[in-house]
Design a protein around this ligand. Sequence first.
Ligand code: ADP
Ligand code: MG
Ligand code: ZN
Length: 476
Amino acid sequence: MEFAPVIGLEVHAQLKTRTKIFCSCSTRFGAPPNTHVCPVCLGMPGVLPVLNQAVVEYAMRMALATDCRIAPESRFARKNYFYPDLPKGYQISQYELPIAEHGQVNITRPDGTRKKIGITRIHMEEDAGKLIHDPDRSISMVDYNRTGVPLIEIVSEPDIESPEEAGAYLRQLRAVLRYLDISDGNMEEGSFRCDANVSVRPKESEQLGTRTELKNLNSFKFVEKALAYEINRQIRVISENGEVIQETRLWDMDKNRTFSMRGKEEAHDYRYFPDPDLVPLKIDEDWIARIQADLPELPDQRKDRFMAQFELPAYDADILTASRELADYFEACLRQVENPKLVSNWVMGNLLGLLNAEGKTIEETPISAEEMAELLKLVNDEVISGKIAKTVFDEMVASGKSPKAIVEEQGLVQVTDASAIEAVVDAVIDRCPNEVASYKAGKKKLLGFFVGQVMKETQGKANPQMVNQILKEKLG
Ligand code: ADP
Ligand code: MG
Ligand code: ZN
């Protein structure tokens, strides 16, 4: 029997508001433990939460960016459970009436086509604190600085059909959050967390199988690996006439497998009920229109514009718009060098190649957009060849010098003087009578040999098109 995987993702994104969701404590990351706390976020008796308007507006931005319907009235609910990092004994979240529902996000498949992934709901909630375990002293400590930091949870429909699609969906969500400037989307630091629900079904059946929920996935790579493992495990269980149990499983990154953590709790275990301390949240059309008017250009829109305005292939546009900073970098270069494909090739190839090799992001680039543009202007104006430009690029990275300075110092200016090139071509032809004879006898592949000789003679500085043309003329 053949099986098809079915995946639905729950993403928690920390919002970048200055203060917490129900009090005015700072959300800043990395402060000494328990310094950003107050009676409200410590859950002292008798205190009252006050909703932070910026949290609502950030959630509205995400809702509109993902085509969700924003509820005219939503509610906060208490989700009851006991845990040391949850001082109130309940988490304030949204349950029956979330702020937004029925949205969608596009992912790009490897072949460039787009696929819609449904968004079931987006809701706001507060984060819990952080437990720090110290095995040396056999104790656990709790830091409440994160308690009450705002989160949005984004729940997808079970529309995702492979681990790769799950990865693409997460990257797209993160890109949207970053374009909107409402979350860092940093998975390693925990400001972007994903729980993955996965089941398998026989290919011919429409009915969904029993799902497991995977947690502890703190990188895109682990999400994809854990899903692939879990899909295989479930297929094995079913093929051996066993039954998949609905449960929560953790990813063990050392052993590359998932293992059972606990049976899946049901919603009624949390005894959700509307929080009596918070009034219903009403959002009118005017407010929605104001937020809508303020939305920036989003990744999909920018990608479409890059294809239309700069005539770039979908592949290039997809990579260049993956982050706002990279897309800004590209456009900054373009303002100096009006050759989109040249700039695209250099940014995607040499620049991203360098950054990836060094594990850096575009914000940490050693070559600014201005310097890159200066280099590419030299290529575009045919002052230097593309090949020489690669040497100059490496030298820029190594020495931090400007492209013009490097080209001048090392005398790298391209030779475009036809008579100078002709002189070298003549010398090469004189020197290689055997090859010339073979070429004339029909071995046309030898043209590459002659080009190589001329380039060697000119230290790679001769204009390659001119070399080709002059050689063809002279060799007949
Ligand atoms: P819970 O709140 O218990 O986690 P939800 O109904 O909110 O449950 O679903 C959580 C996620 O599980 C959603 O992203 C949904 O798309 C996904 N999901 C639901 N049923 C299945 C299934 N049979 N296989 C895979 N994913 C599923
Ligand atoms: Mg869940
Ligand atoms: Zn507080």
